[in-house]
Design a protein around this ligand. Structure first.
Ligand SMILES: [Zn+2]
Length: 137
């Protein structure tokens, strides 16, 4: 299966809607490889579908992500965060967020696809990702 490159960043504050998420403050976590998303389910009721893919990090990229996590922890502590997620939780959240997509239309029924990714770490350097796609109708 062909693999694609992806760059995963951790969103530090969710200040902007998904269509504008590049405006959020982020912390670069890692470069990874992902399998081509495969459609595993069609949801006729909600005009959508579910895709699945696998994201892998090289050993060097895992080490890079761990270094970035230390920076994140220091930032969160300085920001007086009430709760600091674990490294795995950060990996899962940031990887899932990579697949989030939203349009910038002001009205419903535009026909664009919104996507929402949820990642689960299934190995030291492997995450399984489920991406829920919904057409705005
Ligand atoms: Zn739209």
């Amino acid at each position: 299966m062909p693999k694609h490159k992806l760059e995963v960043e951790l969103t530090l504050r969710y200040s902007y809607h998904v269509g504008w998420r590049h405006l959020n403050d982020t912390l670069y976590l890692f470069d990874g490889r992902m399998t081509t998303p495969r459609r595993v389910e069609v949801d006729e009721d909600r005009d959508g579908w579910l895709d699945r893919c696998v994201v892998t990090l090289s050993p060097a990229e895992l080490a890079r992500a761990k270094r970035a996590y230390k920076v994140y922890r220091a930032w969160a502590k300085a920001d007086r965060a009430e709760w600091i997620p674990t490294f795995t939780q950060v990996l899962e959240r940031a990887t899932g967020d990579y697949f989030d997509r939203g349009c910038r239309c002001e009205h419903d029924c535009c026909g664009h696809v919104s996507a929402y990714g949820v990642a689960k770490r299934i190995g030291p350097r492997t995450l399984s990702v489920r991406v829920r796609n919904i057409i705005n109708v």
